[in-house]
Write a protein that binds this ligand. Structure first.
Ligand code: ADP
Ligand code: MG
Length: 868
């Protein structure tokens, strides 16, 4: 019932609670912790049992919900009354008396230590009671009872409900730490990593006068120090206002004003900072990770009074091969910048992405193996190590300029970081040497691009054929692959060749993008604006994504005129799936079911179109085509009139390239996903096999293991599957992901500056202006967008296109002019703005806004929250 910190017994969370457990561990690690003991959860359960409180409490709380403050308060009052009448069993009295007698000081701290506290995912900080400077057995017992009661205070119940911690479970208990009071001239907290910027090579200390209660409860602005771990230098120190302090009185504590002169001086000197630093280092070494610590200093001694994992740090990047990298490394978030998908990948999804990187590099003749070190995973998302490319500052503008096309803020953030760390980044010379194979590849690419220029009408067929041939090769190889090992080999091989295909397919539209740049620059130069170009790139032919949108609208129109509802078995629908069923939302993750497996999203879209006006939608799309032709002619005429025949002829040629080739931009990914769909089928076959061998429970669990697990040939993988599934769920909780992460742990999110008033400043990606009602969409699968509503979301990919068609405008957190969202918005002539951070906090469904796709501004006209 009582365990002394120094007992050297093996203890567990269930008996001593989170706070108690960590204190005992810290003593074992040799750290100075004030002497004390834990009154275990058994004491609490005995108390509850002997007073018959279990049923009563259960009845009081069973129907409560997390935000029912009145109900929670009421239940707590009633439980408090029950506790007041209840008696503490006499054997607890006896145990406590003898333990208290063994302490050296009369004054103790009585501190709650719940079993669901100080855990990696849940801090439960400040949910339960703590009483400082308590003297005498009777008082201590009373405070122990108060700590027990605090298990049921409204905020604790509400927190548990929100976090899904069971209330009636026998896992839920509360222990109480009784511990000598340390002399506390100053106290505070210390983080073994800097939670403000996520850096693991820094320590952050908050300190103030008196007892630490003032810092942890947030009633003062404490002093703040940032320490660099390797040099131990204080690299930042800020003196807080520290107006009040909490000090001991005869029994208990009181709050008082801090004398003026002490408010202004630092509460810690260098020696003390070093002591704390050393403490943090020992704690981190013991746990193998940086921790959140509460400390106390008095009489020149530093004490540790609590240690818990730091919650909320963005995870560090891991390499598939454990790296020994020296110096700063910068990793680009593929999820955020390249693909604009914020969700984490499944374990198998990551495997395929790893092979994708291997394939791209191998194609250029850079052989980093199947486990390229530059492939980094953090929080289940894919990152690429850009550092080797950044050693030479001359290439910075080019790299950041290219990034900016996808994501303008990323370009800016990258440049800022590089300038700030120029010395360190450029101190190493780049070792990248391009092998002859690379130049051979460039030659192959150029040949195809020139071909597209000479015969633009052939470009689509060539691009499509290239991919078709590859798919055919996969199918042929599939017939020969029987064992799981052979199947994995097949996926590896064909992933590699798929990368070559996708890059070569890009050659076919390259003359189009080059022409676009030329025309755009010229129009800008001659007429001061390139706005007249916008209609030209609408309704581009040869674009599989627009074709998909048009087919859906046609299907909706057809169904509506026949008064039918969408049905997956309908031959028309089946035909649609034949062409587009390999796609899905989050399609780059092989772990995600394809539309042909789960057509709900498409059915939903159809229903939505039918309710709108499919004929109107279809007309609008067809009109775009006419407008594009008219706009092309108009530009040529204008140039001819004002700049002469020759220039007009050149512009005309470029405009033709644009019309004929730009639509092919969507082709490579569209075809790549076909390979992915095949890989998915093959993986599911492997899954079936693993099920028959009893290694996993269902075939689709194969997406929660890795190739190496399959190749081990025997042993149950159920636990591995569950672990990866849990990991995936956990990572999904992280909603905003950084654009770059640094190997120090630092995260570069990047954000646009907030403009004054009700305007949000973003980056313009598709011109035009539109005022309408906002619809915030997180998941396109069950979104319904009414005609003309403004789609507000973190980012979009081509599979969102069907939603776009009926949107009035688009506002996104991420995605530049050549992101899919940008391309498609321009094609449909929908004004679009991107690059506004934390949109879902700034705009809500129902708000009325004006989206200005020329200036990048989004102006709030009517805030739905004001109406409430
Ligand atoms: N034994 C002790 N001696 C001196 N101060 C203490 C002691 N125990 C706790 N404190 C002070 O009280 C603060 C809050 O106590 P704690 O039990 O950790 O409450 P919480 O769970 O709300 O953080 C600690 O951060 C520390 O500053
Ligand atoms: Mg604490």
């Amino acid at each position: 019932m009582i365990i002394f910190f120094s007992d050297k017994k093996k203890v567990n969370l269930k008996d001593v609670g989170g706070k108690g457990l960590n204190l005992i561990h810290m003593i074992q690690a040799g750290l100075p912790v004030p002497k004390g003991f834990v009154v275990t959860t058994e004491a609490y359960t005995t108390f509850i049992k002997e007073n018959n409180l279990e049923e009563k409490i259960h009845t009081l709380i069973k129907d409560l919900s997390a935000d029912d403050m009145m109900g929670l308060e009421d239940a707590f009052q009633k439980i408090e009354n029950l506790f007041q009448e209840a008696k503490i069993p006499s054997n607890i009295h006896e145990h406590l008396n003898s333990a208290y007698g063994r302490l050296d000081s009369l004054a103790v701290a009585v501190r709650s230590s719940a079993t669901a506290e100080d855990l990696p995912e849940m801090s439960f900080a400040g949910q339960h009671d703590t009483y400082l400077n308590i003297i005498g057995e009777k008082e201590i017992l009373e405070k122990i009872k108060s700590c027990w009661l605090s298990l049921w205070n409204p905020r604790a119940i509400s927190y548990r409900l929100r976090q899904g911690v069971p209330q009636g479970d026998d896992q839920l208990g509360i222990a109480v730490v009784v511990q000598e009071m340390a002399v506390s001239e100053k106290a505070g907290v210390m983080f073994g990593a800097n939670p403000l910027n996520n850096r693991r090579d820094q320590i952050l200390i908050n300190a103030s006068w008196g007892l630490g209660e003032s810092v942890v409860s947030g009633i003062v602005t404490p002093d703040q120090f940032v320490i660099d771990k390797s040099s131990k230098d204080v690299i930042e120190s800020k003196i807080g206002s520290k107006e009040v302090q909490i000090i001991q009185q005869k029994q208990g504590i009181k709050k008082e004003k801090v004398p003026q002169e002490r408010q202004k001086i630092s509460s810690l000197n260098e020696i003390e900072i070093e002591k704390l630093y050393n403490m943090s280092e020992t704690v981190e070494n013991y746990y193998g990770e940086p921790m959140d610590i509460e400390w106390v200093i008095g009489n020149e001694e530093a004490y540790l009074v609590q240690a818990r994992p730091i919650t909320g740090l963005f995870p560090l990047a891991e390499s598939y091969e454990s790296p020994n990298e020296k110096g700063l490394q910068l990793y680009l978030s593929f999820n955020r910048i390249a693909q604009q998908v914020s969700e984490p990948f499944t374990a198998m999804g990551l495997e395929i992405m790893r092979l994708e990187m291997w394939g791209v590099l191998a194609m250029m003749g850079i052989n980093l193996g199947k486990y390229p070190r530059a492939f980094k995973v953090a929080a289940g998302r894919v990152h690429f190590d850009l550092t080797p490319l950044l050693r030479n500052p001359k290439v910075w503008p080019k790299i950041s300029g290219n990034l900016a096309k996808k994501d303008p803020i990323a370009g800016k953030v990258l440049m800022e970081f590089l300038e700030k760390n120029k010395e360190e980044i450029t101190s190493v010379k780049s070792k990248i040497k391009l092998p002859p194979k690379f130049f051979y590849f460039v030659f192959k690419f150029a040949k195809k691009a020139i071909g597209a220029m000479l015969q633009p009408d052939q470009a689509e067929k060539r691009s499509v054929d290239l991919a078709k041939k590859h798919i055919h090769e996969i199918e042929k190889a599939r017939e020969k692959a029987h064992s799981n090992q052979e199947k994995i080999r097949l996926i590896e091989d064909k992933m590699k060749s798929a990368m070559e295909v996708i890059v070569l397919q890009c050659a076919y539209f390259t003359p189009g993008t080059q022409a676009e740049e030329r025309v755009s620059n010229k129009l800008e130069k001659w007429f001061g604006s390139n706005e007249m170009l916008a209609p030209v790139i609408r309704a581009l032919p040869n674009n599989p994504t627009t074709r998909m949108g048009l087919q859906l609208v046609k299907m909706a129109y057809d169904l509506k005129s026949k008064k039918q509802t969408p049905d997956p078995k309908d031959p028309m629908f089946q035909k649609f799936l034949e062409e587009f069923g390999h796609r899905s939302n989050m399609e780059l993750d092989v772990g995600i079911p394809r539309w042909k497996e789960e057509p709900d999203y498409i059915i939903n879209i159809l229903k939505n179109y039918i309710e709108q006006d499919p004929e109107g939608l279809q007309m609008r799309l067809l009109e775009h085509k006419e407008e594009a032709e008219k706009a092309t002619l108009a530009i040529v005429e204008k140039v001819k009139d004002e700049k002469g025949k020759f220039r007009a002829w050149k512009i005309k040629k470029d405009l033709q390239y644009m019309r004929k080739l730009l639509g092919l931009r969507e082709q490579p990914k569209f075809d790549l996903i076909k390979s992915f769909a095949l890989f998915r089928e093959i993986l599911l076959e492997i899954g079936e096999d693993l099920v028959t061998k009893g290694r996993i429970e269902k075939a689709s669990d194969v997406f929660f293991i890795k190739f190496s697990d399959i190749l081990k040939e025997k042993g149950s993988l159920v636990e591995t599957v569950n672990r990866y599934k849990a990991e995936c769920e956990k990572q999904k909780q992280i909603k905003t992901i950084p654009r770059f992460i640094i190997n120090t742990g630092e995260c570069l999110y990047g954000s646009t500056e907030a403009s004054d008033g009700d305007g949000l400043q973003g980056v313009p990606i598709s011109s035009g202006e539109y005022t309408g009602i906002v619809r915030v969409v997180h998941d396109p699968r069950n979104a319904v967008l009414k005609k003309g509503e403004i789609l507000v979301t973190h980012s979009t990919d081509p599979t969102w296109t069907p939603l776009f068609i009926s949107a009035g405008a688009l506002v996104m957190e991420t995605g530049g002019p050549i992101s899919h969202g940008g391309i498609v918005a321009r094609e449909y002539g929908i004004p679009a703005v991107s690059g506004i951070e934390e949109l879902n906090k700034k705009l809500s469904t129902g708000d009325e806004v004006t989206v200005n796709g020329n200036s990048g501004e989004v102006i709030l006209k009517k805030n739905i929250k004001d109406d409430k």
